[in-house]
Design a protein around this ligand. Structure first.
Ligand code: ZN
Length: 433
């Protein structure tokens, strides 16, 4: 029986996706010979194959022999990949195939297949000297879920903001009579009637909010509330909402002109900057917590530098690992053929050749061979999560995030308990992480 795929941490998924896009974006063709193909969910694959066969026939007219050969190979290769699917995957699939330039006059075939985290909505074929990534770049950020509510005394509309997409969930019209057409009733009595109807409307709106938002409370980043005039403030301040939703309401509330579907879009437009600000504030706070530890005598519960981190991770002592989104390193393992010494290093692509050429650090013999190379951040995620620690990806958009990269090499930890300090400065190297 097939076991269900293990749940991938959403932060790690986001990091791996970004890293893959970086790699695809770096490929350059010697000519217009890199093919990008986007197949949205629901697209008939027989249509796609028909299109590719036609492109294949067309490409036989390309003048340059090398380019013609490369383009025809790429299309054939994509057709082979498309044939492996019966229907497009749930979110569609993108193929990037071509001959990537490597050094003078040389190229090597590359193939990337990406099943995106959000549904593709365009069918697209492009042959260029770079791969076309715009539809995927929009998806780099984890689709966050926010509750949306626009409200005044006449109407309320509820929705979700999922990533960048607004989903309209429910519209509720009130029975509150207009203040202007009170017929023959006494002003006082009419006033009471209005307040009573408005109160009922707010109670009903709170019930709808509970029904729609409460089941999602654990994943909901917050609830954005908007509307014209003071009704929204009244509704929030008077505590109509379920207390767990009340805590999720983002301050300040936002002014919008409308309380319908269009009002939800206005709300999102106004709130986008505020949301982004909140994320950055949260990141700054996490890095500050780490820096507060660093400032303590003997660095408190902070750990940084490859050796210290490796020891802390191996001991399962990491409570929270801070990883810069910009970190691009591989964990490379070496083995010395002369003395059998094995060791690992976290290296950027440009650092690798120098380390790989150096003599064995143990016996001084010829350069040890590279045994394996894996993504460093993925490795950190696996190790820290296995010991129950948390990981937080930090952008470089704040001063604190920038400092994490420049002063601490992009990785740092807050520990569960103090670890013995290695004497002297922590070095790049580690032997066992
Ligand atoms: Zn050796």
């Amino acid at each position: 029986m097939a076991s269900p795929a293990p749940a991938v941490d959403p932060q790690l998924a986001r990091y791996s996706f970004q890293r893959k896009l970086d790699e695809i974006a770096a490929a350059r063709g010697r000519a217009t010979e890199l093919i990008s193909l986007y197949v949205p969910p629901g697209k008939q694959l027989s249509d796609v194959m028909g299109y590719l066969r036609n492109e294949y026939a067309q490409s036989s007219n390309i003048k340059s022999r090398t380019t013609r050969k490369n383009v025809m190979w790429a299309i054939e290769s994509i057709m082979g990949r498309v044939r492996q699917y019966r229907t497009p995957p749930a979110n569609g699939v993108a193929f990037f195939v071509g001959s990537k330039a490597v050094g003078a006059d040389k190229s090597e075939p590359v193939t990337f297949i990406v099943e995106p985290p959000e549904p593709l909505n365009t069918y697209l074929y492009r042959c260029d000297s770079t791969f076309y990534l715009d539809p995927l770049l929009d998806m780099v950020h984890e689709p966050e879920l926010w509750g949306l509510l626009v409200i005044d005394r006449a109407e309320a509309t509820f929705g979700f903001l999922r990533g960048k997409r607004v989903e309209v969930l429910r519209n509720k019209q009130s029975q509150v009579p207009s203040k202007h057409g009170r017929g023959g009733q006494s002003a006082h009595r009419f006033e009471r009637l209005i307040e009573h109807a408005a109160h009922d409307f707010f109670v009903r709106c709170a019930e709808i909010a509970t029904e729609l938002f409460l089941p999602k409370k654990d994943v909901l980043k917050g609830i954005l509330v908007g509307g014209p005039g003071g009704t929204k403030e009244f509704f929030v301040k008077e505590g109509f909402l379920h207390y767990e939703l009340q805590q999720k309401v983002v301050q300040p509330l936002f002014d919008t002109g409308y309380t319908d579907d269009y009002g939800l879009k206005e709300l999102v437009d106004h709130a986008t900057q505020a949301i982004h600000g909140l994320e950055i504030v949260a990141e700054k706070e996490v890095v500050q917590r780490f820096l507060n530890e660093v400032r303590k005598a003997d660095a408190g519960l902070a750990a940084y530098g490859a050796t210290e981190l490796a020891a802390a991770i191996d001991a399962g002592a990491v409570a929270l690992l801070l990883v810069s989104e910009g970190l691009r390193k591989n964990w490379v393992e070496f083995r010395c053929a002369s003395c059998g010494y094995e060791f690992g290093r976290a290296l950027t692509e440009s650092e690798l050749p120098k380390v790989a050429a150096a003599p064995c650090p143990k016996c001084g013999g010829p350069a040890p061979a590279v045994v394996s190379s894996t993504d460093y951040v993925e490795r950190l995620f696996a190790k820290v999560q296995a010991s129950g620690g948390e990981i937080r990806l930090i952008s470089t958009e704040s001063e604190e995030g920038d400092m994490l990269v420049k002063a601490f090499g992009g990785v740092a930890a807050i520990l569960r308990y103090p670890m013995p300090r290695s004497s002297g400065m922590a070095s790049q190297a580690s032997s066992s992480a």
